[in-house]
Design a protein around this ligand. Structure first.
Ligand code: ARG
Length: 400
C-alpha cells in the first residue's frame, strides 16, 4: 500500500494503539512508526509504556511531559470560560486532545514524517478532535486511522496483537473504557452502557464516596488573578500544583462526580461518568468571582459565548477562528476577575460562602444596604419606573 513512509502515532499504551503499530507496518506498508505518549498527569508509569511501544515494533518511542502547557494553556482558559459542555461536563478529556494533536504535528515536522496516526474508533469524539485539530494545524499532513478502518472486534484486535508480541490484557482487566489526566477521569462502557445501572464505587479513584467523605465541612479559599487561580488558602501555587491541590481537597469531600447522558458529535447519546473534582470546584469559584466583578450585561453576553466555547472545544474546533474570537472577548473580561472566593466542601457539595475583590468588586455597600448608610436615591425610582413601565401601560390601554 505504502500510503506513508514515516508515521508519528499518538500512543497510550493500551491494546488498540499498540495493535496500531504492527498494523500500520504490515497493512499500510509504513516503514517507520514513531510513537508519542503524552504525560498529562494521568499518573501512569510512562517508562513501561515507552518500552511497550518499542516491543510492539516502533522505531522510536517518545514520551513528553505536557502537564504544564495542559494546565496553563488549556485548563485555565476553560476555567476562564466557565466551560461546561451541555451545562455539565467540564471537558476534562476534550481539552487534552488539541494539545496532543499540536505536539503530534510538531514531532512529525521535526522528524520529517509524512503522516500522523491515532487509534481512535469511528464512534467517538476524540477522532473528530484529533482529525480536525491536525487538519487545522497542518493541512498537508496525512492522518492514518487504522482502528477506524480495520473492522476488528476487541478480541480480534487482541489476537492480531498477539501475533506481533503484544500481550493480551490481563483477563480481570476493567470492563470500562477510561480516559484520565490531571483534570479528571472519564469512564464509560461495560455495565455503564445501561443508563439505569448505577456507577459502582470501584470506578472512582479521585473522589471519595459520600459515605466515606468526612462529616465535617472544610472551607477552601481560592484566589484568582486575571481570572486564573493562583493560590489556595493563601498559599501561592503554580498551575499544576494548584490543580492537584484542588483535586485533592474537593476529591476528599466527594465533590465532582457526574453521571450524565451526553450528546456526542457523531450524533449518538452516550452515558458517561466523570470525576473532575478540582476543575469543577475552580469553575464554580471563578463563576462566583465574575458575578461580583463583571457588569451585568457583560455577564449575560459572556454566558452565551461560554456555551459556544464549550461546544467548540467538545466538537474539536479548538483551533478555529470562532474560538479565537471568543477567546479575545473572554481575555478582555478577565482583567477584572481578581479576588478571593471561599467554598465550603461537605459530603459531595461545594457551596460558595464568601467572595471579595478589593480591586474590582462592583458590589456597592452604600447602594445595597438596608441600613443607615444607604445612599441609594429612593425617590429617583419613581421616574425610572414611570418610563420603564410606559410601553406596558400604553399596550394595556389599547388591549385591555
Ligand atoms: N465523552 C467524553 C468526551 O468526549 C470522554 C470520552 C473519553 N474516552 C473514554 N475512553 N472514556 O470528552
Amino acid at each position: 500500500m505504502g500510503r506513508a513512509n514515516k508515521v508519528v502515532l499518538a500512543y497510550s499504551g493500551g491494546v488498540d494503539t499498540s495493535v496500531c503499530i504492527p498494523y500500520l507496518k504490515h497493512e499500510y506498508g509504513v516503514q517507520e512508526v514513531i510513537t508519542f505518549a503524552a504525560d498529562l498527569g494521568q499518573g501512569d508509569e510512562l517508562e513501561p509504556i515507552r518500552l511497550k511501544a518499542l516491543k510492539a515494533g516502533a522505531t522510536k518511542s517518545l514520551v513528553n511531559d505536557l502537564i504544564k502547557p495542559f494546565i496553563e494553556e488549556f485548563a485555565f482558559p476553560a476555567i476562564q470560560a466557565n466551560a461546561l459542555y451541555e451545562g455539565k461536563y467540564p471537558l476534562s478529556t476534550a481539552l487534552a486532545r488539541p494539545l496532543i494533536a499540536r505536539r503530534l504535528v510538531e514531532i512529525a515536522k521535526e522528524l520529517g514524517a509524512d503522516a500522523v496516526a491515532h487509534g481512535c474508533t469511528g464512534k467517538g469524539n476524540d477522532q473528530v478532535r484529533f482529525d480536525v485539530a491536525i487538519g487545522a494545524l497542518a493541512p498537508e499532513l496525512k492522518v492514518l486511522t487504522p482502528a477506524r478502518e480495520w473492522g476488528m472486534s476487541r478480541i480480534e484486535a487482541i489476537a492480531y496483537g498477539e501475533r506481533f508480541g503484544i500481550p493480551a490484557p490481563v483477563s480481570k482487566s476493567t470492563p470500562y473504557s477510561i480516559d484520565l489526566n490531571l483534570l479528571g477521569r472519564s469512564i464509560e462502557a461495560g455495565p455503564l452502557e445501561d443508563p439505569m445501572v448505577p456507577p459502582p464505587e470501584e470506578v472512582f479513584t479521585m473522589t471519595s464516596s459520600i459515605d466515606h467523605a468526612p462529616d465535617e465541612y472544610e472551607d477552601i479559599e481560592i484566589t484568582f488573578d486575571y481570572g486564573n487561580p493562583i493560590s489556595i488558602n493563601g498559599i501561592s501555587l503554580n498551575p499544576s500544583s494548584l490543580m492537584k491541590e484542588a483535586n485533592f481537597i474537593a476529591g476528599k469531600h466527594g465533590f465532582g462526580r457526574l453521571d450524565i447522558i451526553e450528546n456526542r458529535v457523531v450524533g449518538i447519546k452516550s452515558r458517561e461518568i466523570y470525576e473532575t473534582p478540582g476543575l469543577l470546584l475552580l469553575i464554580k469559584a471563578h463563576q462566583e468571582l465574575e458575578s461580583l466583578t463583571l457588569a451585568a450585561d457583560v455577564l449575560k453576553v459572556k454566558s452565551q459565548l461560554e456555551m459556544q466555547w464549550a461546544d467548540l472545544v467538545y466538537q474539536g474546533l479548538w483551533f478555529s477562528p470562532l474560538k479565537e474570537a471568543i477567546d479575545s472577548f473572554i481575555h478582555t473580561t478577565q482583567q477584572y476577575v481578581n479576588g478571593t472566593v471561599i467554598m465550603r466542601l461537605q459530603k459531595g457539595n461545594a457551596r460558595v460562602i464568601g467572595r471579595s475583590s478589593s480591586s474590582n468588586s462592583l458590589y456597592s455597600p452604600d447602594m445595597a444596604t438596608y441600613g443607615k448608610t444607604d445612599q441609594f436615591k429612593h425617590v429617583a425610582a419613581e421616574g425610572f419606573i414611570y418610563i420603564w413601565g410606559l410601553p406596558a401601560r400604553i399596550w394595556a390601554s389599547k388591549n385591555k
